[in-house]
Design a protein around this ligand. Structure first.
Ligand code: URP
Ligand code: ZN
Ligand code: ZN
Length: 451
């Protein structure tokens, strides 16, 4: 064996035990007590530390072209930041232009990512239109290891209910998952136009134009359409209580409906949009009121209708956000989080809000299962990739732009105090992060074709 992690507490979604983890050739070859090293084995003493599967952030937007703007992190800086926050796999998006072949867009995106990624990655296929060509190409996309398609009910590339149903029907035949960004386009556009015409231009009106009901209406609609087809959907960045209730009902009726939320919806409320730096928090859907935040936490803790936590990492530097300082509709949408996901959720565990097992389930085991990365990813078990995080539950950490590893010139998480912090990250057995220092390299990460 190359590496033996001794005396730690191994925590998987299903439970914990004090034992050693042996690694060889990038894989976990044994998990057990009293494992003996070979002559050349590197031994790491993990006494007092938790040994966790690396997190899987199933929703990132690295180097995303957003018209006038491009998201600030590329595949190198984004995966570097991820590694430093204990994320060992990300799933990003292919965003084909209208009329472009999905497979060509996939190949281009993969080429962009391959030489830059420091951790393993996979891709979802975004659909900006639905027509015969797109429907026909979906099978080929799945064959290339991309069995998840993402659609939007708003933005210029939104699809209609009819197109959504067509996508669901085809996805069901292909045993693929449809991810959906759900906000009611007509309502939010009407709100935006009204506010702008009234001279109400600050970031608070971003929230007011896309409040709880705008999201809930779309969530209920996509669930209704999914139920009609029996297809499986995954609602990304769910942020409102009423939408969550609809998910809860559909899940209790046995429909294959999954829900993701993000740390920004769990930590903040819409009051951030009243702050002088409110524009920096602009993302869609916007962060909602306290009632929604409480409902999300209730689900995470008790009802378990939230299946995953991902980040929707899509940051823009302040000079880009400033573009909309006099008109909230011009603020590029998106916030950062890939380096904060696991530390934030694990800190909630350290503070006793949820168990460590639940944090691991939401951030690693469930995304691995839902997006077909398991058994390679998502657990510390024999045969899995050695994507391992050593976590110190006693280390206090205050988030600041200065101690983050992406290129962005601010963080919405500035000053957030965490209890516990990842101290080491291994990607397939290689140490890529050690106590604040990034040790990985571009191109180490591999594309994972999901079967
Ligand atoms: O504001 C956001 N979320 N930007 C990223 C694109 C998306 O809608 O997921
Ligand atoms: Zn979205
Ligand atoms: Zn997104």
């Amino acid at each position: 064996m190359n590496l033996l992690i001794k005396n730690g507490t191994v925590i998987n979604a299903g439970g914990r035990r004090n034992c050693d983890v042996a690694v060889m050739g990038g894989k976990i070859i044994s998990v057990g007590q009293g494992l003996k090293p070979g002559v050349k084995t590197e031994i790491v003493d993990a006494s007092g530390l938790f040994v966790l599967p690396g997190a899987i952030d199933a929703h990132t937007h690295f180097e995303l072209d957003f018209g006038l703007f491009s998201s600030a992190d590329d595949f190198f800086t984004g995966t570097k930041a991820a590694a430093c926050g204990g994320v060992t796999t990300i799933i990003d998006f292919v965003t084909p232009n209208k009329g472009e072949s999905l497979i060509n867009a996939f190949k281009k995106r993969k080429l962009t990512a391959d030489s830059k990624v420091c951790i393993d990655y996979s891709l979802h296929m975004g659909l900006s239109e639905v027509n015969d060509n797109v429907i026909n190409e979906m099978a080929d996309v799945v064959k290339h290891g991309v069995p998840s398609f993402k659609v939007f009910t708003t933005y210029a590339f939104r699809i209609t209910d009819e197109e959504f149903t067509r996508t669901l029907t085809r996805a069901k035949e292909l045993n693929a998952l449809v991810m959906v960004h759900a906000e009611d386009h007509e309502e939010l556009e009407a709100n935006r136009a009204k506010f702008i015409s009234e001279g109400k231009t600050n970031a608070w009106h971003h929230y007011l134009s896309r409040p709880e009901e705008v999201e809930a209406k779309a969530v209920k609609n996509v669930i209704k359409l999914a139920k009609n087809t029996g297809a499986s959907i995954y609602i990304v960045h769910l942020a409102c209580a009423e939408g969550l209730k609809a998910v809860e009902e559909a899940q209790s009726e046995g429909y294959p409906i999954y829900a993701e939320t993000c740390p920004q919806y769990l930590n903040f409320t819409c009051d951030v949009y009243k702050r002088p730096d409110g524009k920096n928090f602009v993302c869609s859907p916007p962060i909602k009121g306290k009632e929604s935040r409480d409902a999300l936490w209730d689900s995470i803790k008790n009802k378990k209708n939230i299946n995953t936590i991902a980040t929707d990492h899509c940051p823009f530097n302040t000079f880009d956000k400033d573009y909309g300082k006099d008109d909230f509709t011009m603020i590029p949408n998106g916030v950062m989080g890939v380096e904060n996901l696991y530390p934030y959720m694990l800190s909630q565990a350290s503070k006793g809000i949820i168990s460590f097992e639940r944090a691991v389930e939401l951030c690693s085991a469930n995304p691995a299962k839902i997006f077909r990365l398991s058994p390679k990813k998502g657990s510390i078990t024999q045969g899995a990739d050695a994507d391992i995080v050593l976590y110190d539950p006693k280390k206090n950490f205050t988030i600041s732009q200065k101690n983050m590893h992406s290129t962005i010139d601010y963080t919405i998480w500035e000053g957030t105090e965490l209890k516990g912090y990842p101290v080491c990250t291994y990607s397939r057995g290689e140490l890529i992060y050690n106590n604040g220092e990034f040790l990985g390299k571009a191109g180490h990460g591999k594309f994972i074709a999901r079967r």
